[in-house]
Write a protein that binds this ligand. Sequence first.
Ligand code: FES
Length: 95
Amino acid sequence: MPKATITFEDIGITVTVPAGTRLIDVSEAVGAGITYGCREGDCCTCLTKIVSGHENLAAPSVLEDQVLKDNLAPRHHRLACQAQALGGAIVVKPG
Ligand code: FES
């Protein structure tokens, strides 16, 4: 199974996860600082900056895309509860 590495800049930890893992689940597991609310792609609380490797995340769903637009999300920001790692290296900056 393909694997991805995710680095959380706030705590300086890199973890290897199976493809398909959502950022929020990893953040929670390692104690990184991504805050969240609904976990359903609705509240936008989990908006997270993807420092690098955004191309290694699955493309946003229609729902995520809409929420990002509605909240004027800056470029290369994703909803951590929706964004799934596909492979390669991904660096995120919580907070
Ligand atoms: S936690 Fe609500 S959109 Fe991600």
